[in-house]
Design a protein around this ligand. Structure first.
Ligand SMILES: NC(=O)c1ccc[n+]([C@@H]2O[C@H](COP(=O)([O-])OP(=O)(O)OC[C@H]3O[C@@H](n4cnc5c(N)ncnc54)[C@H](OP(=O)(O)O)[C@@H]3O)[C@@H](O)[C@H]2O)c1
Length: 298
């Protein structure tokens, strides 16, 4: 073969990598799944609905020619999160990328069986628990990556430790709870990055942009405005770009503890960078999920 002859096979950086995506059946998560599958990744999709999960798997297969493993679990419920993590660990032998994408905003107040307001439970506490349960697998597979889908909504939010489980604290139409859940996710990401220094596992978070997805259909009283606004929003494919970049690009190999937008680092809110708040949140989260991280000797 001469130098000018085309390469028969250019391996993709994702060939043979196991990527676990939560909420991979819809919106940004599905668009990221399609893209990463076309790059050669071995996908595992965690979805709460078997039928929707199967539909996403068929779409992925026809787009990339590759299959995907499915885990069906409701991430609002901590025992389901634990079962999903065990199911993954019993069937997979490595984990290269954990894309914590599942999320929602609830406009009415209801508590989960764990006694936590739903937005806070789904967007933060379940991510804390799920990620920690998979941490050893990520360490074993290092270099590996944790990518958390946060939101620009975190700017301006403040945590209230007196009601961290969200009791009686929905805020305007649920947006207050949503903003706090994403601030908590940022604090968690940066604390994780600190704890994972030297392990080869990176942790970053991102804002995907304003993206036309199902999330806007449950915006309660804001739904009509949101649906109208969605005409000007990004497509799910465009909205998945930063998730895909953080999951796969060699450019961010080793980059950790950062917040990204449009595939570029951006300064998150000052509250997101408060190390004392992050440490306190970690302690509270351990208590509320029953997951106690192993203590490193002083
Ligand atoms: N769209 C935006 O403009 C925007 C902006 C900033 C941040 N985000 C974030 O982007 C992420 C993806 O949202 P999206 O916009 O793509 O919305 P979406 O289309 O509604 O996707 C959300 C995904 O999460 C899943 N999910 C919801 N509740 C779940 C549960 N209890 N257990 C397991 N999975 C659950 C959904 O499953 P079902 O299909 O079964 O509901 C769906 O697959 C979220 O974290 C969201 O906060 C979105």
């Amino acid at each position: 073969m001469t130098d000018s002859a085309p390469h028969s096979h250019m391996p993709s950086p994702m060939e043979g990598k196991v990527v676990l995506i939560t909420g991979g059946n819809s919106g940004i998560g599905k668009a990221a799944a399609l893209s990463l599958s076309r790059m050669g990744a071995d996908l595992v999709l965690l979805c709460r609905n078997r039928e929707k999960a199967e539909a996403a798997r068929s779409e992925i297969r026809s787009s990339s020619g590759r299959g995907a493993e499915l885990i069906v679990a409701d991430m609002l419920i901590q025992r389901e999160v634990r079962r999903a993590a065990s199911e993954f660990l019993s069937t997979s032998s490595r984990l290269d990328v954990l894309l914590n994408n599942a999320g929602s905003d609830f406009t009415s107040y209801e508590e989960t069986e764990d006694g936590i307001e739903r937005t806070m439970a789904l967007n933060y506490f379940s991510q804390f628990l799920f990620t920690n349960l998979l941490l050893d697998e990520l360490k074993k597979s290092a270099p590996s990556r944790i990518v958390n889908v946060s939101s620009v909504a975190h700017y301006g939010a403040k945590l209230d430790f007196a009601s961290i489980n969200g009791k009686g604290r929905m805020g305007t139409g649920g947006l207050g709870a949503y903003a706090r859940s994403k601030l908590a996710l940022n604090l968690f990401t940066f604390e994780l990055a600190r704890r994972l220094q030297g392990s080869g596992v990176t942790a970053n978070c991102l804002h995907p942009g304003g993206v036309r997805t199902n999330i806007w259909s449950h915006a309660g009283a804001f739904a009509p405005i949101a649906m109208l606004g969605s005409l000007f929003m990004l497509s799910p494919e465009a909205g998945a770009k930063t998730s895909v970049y953080l999951a796969s690009s060699p450019e961010v190999e080793g980059v950790t503890g950062m917040y990204f937008e449009k595939c570029k680092p951006k300064e998150p809110s000052a509250e997101s960078r408060d190390g004392a708040e992050a440490a306190k949140l970690w302690e509270v989260s351990e208590r509320m999920t029953g997951f106690i991280a192993p203590r490193t000797p002083p």
